[in-house]
Design a protein around this ligand. Structure first.
Ligand SMILES: Cc1cc2nc3c(=O)[nH]c(=O)nc-3n(C[C@H](O)[C@H](O)[C@H](O)COP(=O)(O)O)c2cc1C
Length: 441
């Protein structure tokens, strides 16, 4: 198996590493902050991040330095930094590990970002279920504050950079950046119409940056080792650095794997994750969390970088790679994901609110052996009327599993519908022979 230099997960992979402040410092932690404060102006830090080519790890892959650059330069009032630690995308579980196992790496990244954008107050919006992560972060913030890395007059520089943990109440939509801001303000987590964007009208209507945990955790390394070093890793110039890929599903060794962007899916699945769990051939995989369209074995040599995955018809998204073996019913897989989206639709936009219900009902009907010949047209039409017609990208996300399974495995839908028609005539079962949990047939 090919080995690569670990950056974000290096410390936590050391035996006995606890993530406490002294250990982080012993591993070179907080040196980037010392290097910057009083020596590099805030705009210089933004410049470094732009040069590094760092793109957001939360889903959309927006260039981080460019996002920071959208904040009004001459604004004198409060600005905010929000760390998006909601991590609710099915198949994604890297931010949890980054927070629990090396919290100071994230905190150092946050203070660097806060300094660059001029935010005196920063929040970590953490998914409600991450109780351990929230406790660990609270403790780490206490340690960092006691050592002068966080709070007023950080390391004697005169800079104020405070960080607070805010626990969510468990809603996928609160990972969407404007719904996150609403929730942080104490309101119901519903996405806002954009524009205006958070860069000018964010938390409490003030200029705000929202960045993902993994994005922020990269910053100490970029400052410490230089943007040229970072830009040389991965698939430059557009996909630089590593990704912590979360591999789940029918593989021998599910887990988080930090590798340079640009390795192939085949290498990730068959070398790092140990291959298929029962040595059956791979049938399908999602490359970037539940919102990303499914791909097929033909795409095993696609490079895991932003452009290559997009060219293959999907997206790198949150880095959650879910693998399915031969024998899995793709109609059932689509339903499973659709049930999630239906449950999590926030209800603000009618195409998503009503459409997710219709999509779920239609898929259930097909799987329950009551499919109609018109159902595939209904599914296609519904998807068309949802994607691009909602306030946030949730609508696009929920149609991805259906559109992509219809594209590659339409015959499975057709077989179920045909069997249903057969069943209606002579009473036979559907007999699709595909793996589904008990109770589905
Ligand atoms: C429905 C939905 C859920 C999202 N959930 C998350 C999430 O859990 N974590 C995250 O970092 N970004 C999530 N995003 C993306 C955020 O809106 C935003 O783009 C991201 O936090 C920006 O950070 P980045 O630039 O560092 O990637 C979600 C987006 C949508 C539309």
């Amino acid at each position: 198996m090919r080995q690569y230099e670990l950056i974000l997960t290096k410390n936590m992979m050391q035996p006995g590493y606890t993530g406490l402040r002294e250990e982080y410092e012993r591993a070179g932690g907080y040196q980037a902050l010392r290097k910057v404060l009083g020596k590099i102006p805030p705009a210089g830090v933004t410049e470094l991040v732009m040069k590094s080519g760092l793109r957001g790890r939360g889903g959309a892959g927006f260039p981080t330095g460019v996002k920071w650059g959208f904040l009004p330069k001459d604004y004198r009032g409060p600005k905010y930094l929000c760390c998006n630690a909601d991590e609710s995308e099915p198949g994604t579980f890297k931010d949890r590990q980054l927070m629990e196992r090396d919290p100071h790496q994230l905190l150092e990244g946050m203070v660097l970002a806060a300094y660059a954008i001029g935010a005196e107050t920063s929040y970590i919006y953490i998914r409600g279920e991450f109780v351990l992560g929230a406790r660990i972060l609270e403790k780490a913030i206490g340690e960092a504050r006691a050592a002068g890395y966080i709070g007023t007059n950080v390391l004697g520089s005169g800079i104020t950079a405070d960080v607070w943990v805010h626990r969510g109440a468990g809603a996928y939509i609160c990972g969407e950046e404007t719904a996150l801001l609403e929730s942080l303000e104490g309101k119901r987590g519903l996405p806002r119409v954009k524009p205006p964007f958070p860069a000018t009208h964010g938390l409490y209507g003030k200029p705000t940056v929202v960045n993902n945990v993994e994005t922020l955790a990269n910053l100490p390394h970029i400052v410490d080792r230089g943007p040229e070093w970072f830009a040389s890793i991965g698939s430059p110039p557009k996909s630089t650095g590593t990704r912590v890929f979360c591999v789940s599903g029918h593989v021998k060794r599910p887990g988080n794997y930090e590798v340079p962007m640009g390795i192939t899916v085949r290498e990730l699945v068959y070398e790092h994750a140990g291959g298929m769990r029962s040595d059956k051939p791979l049938k399908a995989f999602i490359p970037g969390g539940a919102s990303a369209p499914f791909l097929t074995p033909e795409h095993l040599d696609v490079k895991l970088d932003f452009e290559s995955v997009a060219q293959a018809g999907s997206m790198l998204g949150s880095g959650g790679v879910t693998v399915m073996e031969e024998g899995t019913s793709m109609v059932w897989a689509a339903l499973r994901l659709m049930e999630f989206f239906y449950h999590e639709s926030c209800g603000k936009c009618s195409p998503c609110r009503e459409g997710s219900s219709w999509l779920t009902q239609t898929l259930r009907r097909i799987l329950d052996g009551r499919g109609r010949t018109t159902d595939l047209d209904t599914l296609t039409e519904l998807c068309k009327n949802i994607a691009g017609r909602t306030v946030c990208a949730f609508g696009d996300a929920e149609v991805a599993p259906i559109e992509s399974t219809l594209k590659y495995w339409r015959h499975e839908y057709e077989a179920l519908i045909k069997a249903a028609a057969h069943h209606a005539v002579d009473g036979h079962g559907s007999g699709s022979g595909l793996l589904m949990p008990a109770g589905r047939h």
